[in-house]
Ligand binder design. Structure first.
Ligand code: PLP
Length: 342
């Protein structure tokens, strides 16, 4: 199988499995797991934040941040295609009691500008309106096609939000993919009040994400992690793989990006397929197939018959490159797509 559904399908490397077997562990609920503590220190250092917390999933990291930055009855502002809004089971309303004020960016890449956010911000309002409590950004943007927000754009949004006393949370599930374009993860998240990133996607760890921010915020986050059932015990076994993911995997993400560009360039030449291949910057390729005479579901099902997995989204198909996908796999995928669509 060539599995292009997501970079979440990556399996731990031999080096990770070995480190997991040999990991020093302790009870992390007591803060006594040396491998988890090391991972948290390293992540905080790399991001230049005061503290970090290992959480089981990106969703838990995001939702703890939403909960801590807001109070029930607040609104959070997020781009209409954002993960926190669409793919986290309604958790902002279920857990934090907040409303979502979604904003559709004019940009195809789903990156909000400050002007777009400002038009939706509610501060100093008449008593009946719902106040804005938080702005959520996503970098890279999954359903914006792996698009990247620069450190300058992020910084501008954060500074303007802070002038209004609004915090900013960054869903940086794939921030290392953004950083592979040249800016450091510390710069990309510098002015954000909190940031979450995943060890388990393109970085290849089997499980885990990190939530980062000020020390007091992370102390509170630890309470909420436990409250949500995310206090794990000898979890250094997972943190050991996370350490390798953090230190080794970022170096090779450019390979996934080259493969994604090869894929995008190839699908752009297929009759009826619509994609702006120039816009593919990282490891996510989304292309529209509405003019091919087949539905996305039909094409995905034919791909599956040929041992290739992808995900249909409305009239589009999403394919994600990662370290279990080679250049030859991309060439084979393009060949099979040509056959299906000829
Ligand atoms: C942008 C983004 N944020 C958050 C998440 C959630 O991560 P998890 O599946 O670990 O909850 C994902 C998962 O795909 C994602 O793509």
């Amino acid at each position: 199988m060539i599995d292009l559904r997501s970079d979440t399908v990556t399996k731990p490397t031999v080096q990770m499995r070995r480190a997991m077997a040999e990991a020093e562990v302790g009870d992390d609920v007591y803060g006594e797991d040396p491998t988890v503590n090391l991972l948290q220190e390293k992540a905080a250092e790399i991001f230049d934040k005061e503290a970090a917390l290992f959480v089981p999933t990106g969703s838990m990291g995001n939702q703890i941040a939403v909960k801590l930055h807001t109070k029930p009855g607040d609104e959070i502002i997020i781009e209409e295609r954002g993960h926190i809004f669409n793919y986290e089971m309604g958790a902002p309303s279920a857990l934090a009691g907040v409303m979502i004020r979604s904003v559709r960016s004019r940009n195809d890449n789903a990156m909000l500008t400050w002007d777009e956010i400002a038009a939706a911000v509610h501060v100093n309002l008449p008593y009946y309106a719902c106040p804005t409590g938080l702005i959520c950004l996503e970098n890279t943007h999954n359903f914006g096609g792996g698009s990247v927000m620069s450190a300058e754009q992020t910084g501008e949004i954060c500074c303007k939000a802070h002038e209004l006393n609004l915090p900013v949370h960054l869903d940086g599930a794939r921030i290392f993919n953004a950083a592979a374009l040249g800016e450091s993860v510390a710069d990309l998240s510098k002015h954000c009040d909190s940031v979450q990133f995943c060890l388990s996607k393109g970085l290849g760890a089997p499980v885990g994400s990190m939530l980062l921010g000020k020390r007091d915020f992370i102390n509170e986050a630890r309470v909420w992690r436990k409250r949500l059932g995310g206090g794990m015990r000898q979890v250094g076994i997972l943190a050991a793989a996370g350490l390798i993911a953090l230190e080794e995997s970022p170096k090779r993400l450019h390979v996934d990006h080259e493969n994604a560009r090869l894929l995008a360039g190839g699908v752009a030449n297929l009759k009826g397929v619509s994609i702006d291949a120039e816009r593919v910057q990282t490891n996510i390729v989304i292309f529209d197939v509405s003019e091919t005479g087949k539905t996305s579901a039909e094409i995905v099902s034919q791909l599956k018959e040929n041992e290739i997995l992808a995900i249909p989204f409305g009239t589009a198909i999403r394919m994600v490159t990662h370290y279990d996908v080679s250049q030859q796999d991309i060439e084979k995928t393009l060949q099979i797509l040509r056959n299906i669509l000829k």
